[in-house]
Design a protein around this ligand. Structure first.
Ligand SMILES: Cc1cc2nc3c(=O)[nH]c(=O)nc-3n(C[C@H](O)[C@H](O)[C@H](O)COP(=O)(O)O)c2cc1C
Length: 213
């Protein structure tokens, strides 16, 4: 099978929330993580770890907490009558993912060291946090691109941050690490892309803020 070009991969890598339960070969999972860690990181410290949860008990634990938070967030918030159909579909798909999270073959947790020592020890907390997230999220993006290239669907999510301490305790994640992203991985039930975005023209400023060219 011919490999996708990088632009085709990016432009067709939409969020996939409905996934088949079919297992993902271990070699494929290793390949995805290897692609992920070929991303940049602050000082090239590579202070990250990736947990691949495949066992039923672990996935059930995550699903129960994730779904609980989802329901709490939605409680007492009826959908506005004029919600555009596209947004309604996203919400329905996100709810489906939350309720059926334990049915996906793999839940990937991207973990990062909570601080970036060169900034943290000098008291530059804002720079420390920016470097932590600026290091783990490029790896997550690489992972998503690798998934797309290999025919796997995924979506980046952060709801687990609402139960992060319980999650860390359950999976034995060390105190100095955070869980930066949760990604369900699986073969898609539907089709990939294309993604729709606002035109780039509206957000490009030439030379200084406000100068639209
Ligand atoms: C930081 C972040 C958090 C997100 N959290 C969730 C989430 O909790 N649940 C979910 O289904 N999608 C989540 N998403 C996915 C977004 O909804 C998705 O990327 C966006 O709607 C664009 O989708 P598209 O690429 O299919 O157009 C999150 C995305 C980001 C970047």
């Amino acid at each position: 099978m011919a490999e996708l070009g990088v632009f085709e991969t990016m432009y067709s890598m939409r969020a996939i929330r409905r996934l088949k339960p079919d297992p993902i070969p271990e070699d494929t999972l290793r390949k995805i993580i290897d692609a992920g860690i070929h991303s940049p990181s602050g000082g090239n410290l590579q202070d990250w770890a990736f947990i691949l949860v495949r066992d039923a008990e672990g996935k059930r634990f995550i699903r129960d907490h994730y779904w609980g938070i989802w329901q709490k967030l939605q409680a007492g918030r009826p959908l506005p009558a004029n919600l555009p159909a596209t947004q309604l579909r996203v919400l329905q798909a996100a709810a489906h993912l939350a309720e059926h999270l334990d049915e996906v073959p793999v839940i990937l947790l991207a973990c990062a060291r909570k601080d970036y020592p060169p900034f943290a020890r000098a008291g530059y907390d804002r720079a420390s946090v920016a470097t932590v997230h600026g290091s783990i999220y490029p790896a997550v993006q690489n992972i998503m691109l690798a998934c797309r290239a290999l025919g796997l669907g995924t979506v980046i999510t952060t709801i687990h941050c609402c139960f992060e301490e319980e999650l860390k305790q359950h999976l034995g994640i060390p105190a100095e690490m955070e869980v930066s992203a949760l990604l369900p991985l699986g073969y898609p039930q539907g089709k990939f892309g294309p993604t729709t975005r606002k035109p780039a023209e509206g957000i490009i400023h030439w030379e200084r803020w406000g100068q639209k060219g």
